[in-house]
Design a protein around this ligand. Structure first.
Ligand code: ZN
Length: 215
């Protein structure tokens, strides 16, 4: 991919942190999740729906929400997605987007009675605030995990696929260490090295720093 240059976009990244729990394989953990919102002053996309609708709405403000894009369907990322969908845009709602390979994880949290609205696919482009988010399919932490690359903003939102310090966890059901490493090496390390990595939990990093970590 060509090196990104700051374009004539007024889009920006807004950030918050919210706390709750993550449950899988009958174990529950306390976790802090990042809230990431991309857009301009009038419209935005919300990346994941962690823990608290109110905490997410505090980052959104009074902007129109074009979509709620889920990086994967672990419960700490999607539990409040249906409630957030109902709450935004004055009750008019916004579509929830998820890769369909994460259906088993979504159903662990929401069963069959709540569905997401649109399937994500590799190469999809989501326009917001005059800039683009490109969907990169990165299975491994979850079968339907995706990352969202914003070339004009020089950043990528990696959910739980890549953290400051290395790959996301693969010790539980529906995860695969070899698959996540292939996703990171083949897809994320193909991005410009200076790309800032906004993670699902914890601090930012860069593609170059994580290339050095993973070797
Ligand atoms: Zn996860």
């Amino acid at each position: 991919m060509a090196a990104p240059r700051p374009g004539p976009t007024s889009a920006r990244v807004d950030h918050g942190v919210t706390s709750g729990t993550f449950t899988l394989d009958r174990e529950t953990f306390d976790v802090e999740n990042n809230i990431w919102v991309v857009g301009d002053d009038t419209e935005c996309v919300v990346i994941d729906a962690p823990h608290s609708v109110d905490d997410i709405l505090a980052v959104v403000g009074d902007r129109t929400v074009k979509a709620i894009v889920c990086t994967h369907a672990h419960d700490d990322h999607v539990r409040v997605a249906p409630a957030l969908r109902e709450a935004v845009n004055g009750g008019a709602g916004a579509p929830i987007l998820l890769h369909p390979a994460d259906r088993p994880l979504w159903q662990l949290t929401h069963g069959d009675h709540e569905a997401w609205d649109q399937d994500l696919a590799d190469g999809d482009v989501i326009g917001v605030g005059g800039t683009d988010l490109q969907v990169i399919r990165t299975p491994g932490h979850a079968p339907g995990a995706v990352c969202l690359y914003a070339p004009e903003l020089g950043c990528v939102f990696t959910g739980d696929t890549l953290f400051h310090g290395g790959p996301g966890a693969t010790g539980r059901s529906y995860s695969d260490r070899d698959v996540i490493e292939r996703s990171i090496r083949d897809r994320l390390f193909a991005l410009p090295p200076t790309t800032v990595v906004h993670t699902g939990h914890g601090e930012d990093t860069t593609i170059a720093a994580e290339q050095a970590n993973l070797g």
